[in-house]
Design a protein around this ligand. Structure first.
Ligand code: HEM
Ligand code: HEM
Length: 191
């Protein structure tokens, strides 16, 4: 199994980062929604701390993933109409922007609100701004709205992957999955 991507499939680093981040982002979104409804108290504070630490981890993984992507190649697109290719690329671009903007808006919200910030109680991170109520409100609203934008874009992203897998019967999904055997492209091709 190759670390780097080839013309036919994503390498193991790109695949591992994709699924690790997908799990962390979706999981952290659920934690965010749940913690918002929790009664005040220690467990709410602890859940906030875990939410922020997972979010910061996503930010660090994004830096790693974007750097790897510059160094790695992208597999060639599976055959598909031009509009679909453009839509898929645009969706991926928006997903990268959201993976940056959601944790950053959370960090700005946290800073402008005057909360301290730690990564899993191991070390402190600096505030990105002075205490500022207007900025805190804006960043908090942005954080929540961008999360719902992500949820909508993800429906299109996952829907697209499933349509390719189930109806086009191509390798779009399989080449991103760990341990999956690729479908032969044409009769006689090696998988
Ligand atoms: C993958 C990254 C992240 C996702 C998907 C995410 C998602 C969410 C969601 C869905 C909420 C609930 C919004 C609401 O109903 O009001 C929330 C709240 C919050 N998030 Fe995040 N978040 C992420 C990263 C971060 C980071 C890095 C920080 C801070 C460093 C942060 C700080 C907060 C805070 C303080 C709240 C509570 C806002 C309030 O009091 O209403 N988040 N987040
Ligand atoms: C928070 C969740 C997710 C995010 C942020 C995300 C983001 C991305 C991004 C940015 C790419 C493009 C990679 C690149 O060009 O460097 C990608 C590719 C891909 N994603 Fe996701 N993804 C998520 C969840 C999922 C899920 C749940 C599925 C399952 C159906 C999925 C299936 C795929 C597939 C099949 C590709 C490869 C597309 C291709 O080879 O052209 N993703 N994802």
């Amino acid at each position: 199994m190759s670390l780097k991507s080839t013309e036919n499939r994503w390498g193991s680093v790109a695949r591992m980062l994709h699924w690790l981040m997908a799990l962390a982002i979706i999981g952290n979104g659920i934690v965010g929604l749940v913690m918002d409804e929790m009664p005040r108290g220690m467990s709410k504070l602890n859940t906030f701390a875990i939410h922020k630490s997972i979010g910061l981890t996503v930010l660090a993984l994004l830096v790693l993933r974007a750097s790897w992507r510059l160094f790695d190649r992208k597999p060639d697109d599976e055959p598909m109409p031009r509009w679909q290719r453009l839509a898929a690329h645009a969706t991926h671009g928006v997903l990268y922007l959201l993976m940056l903007a959601i944790p950053l808006s959370g960090w700005i919200y946290n800073s402008a609100h005057g909360y301290a910030l730690q990564w899993f109680k191991l070390f402190n991170l600096p505030a990105l701004s002075e205490k500022n109520d207007a900025l805190s409100d804006f960043a908090g609203d942005t954080h929540e709205i961008l999360f719902w934008v992500l949820a909508v874009v993800l429906v299109a992203h996952v829907g697209g992957a499933l349509v390719h897998h189930l109806f086009e019967r191509d390798n779009t999904l399989l080449r991103m999955l760990p341990f999956a055997r690729l479908r032969p492209k044409n009769k006689g091709d090696q998988p």
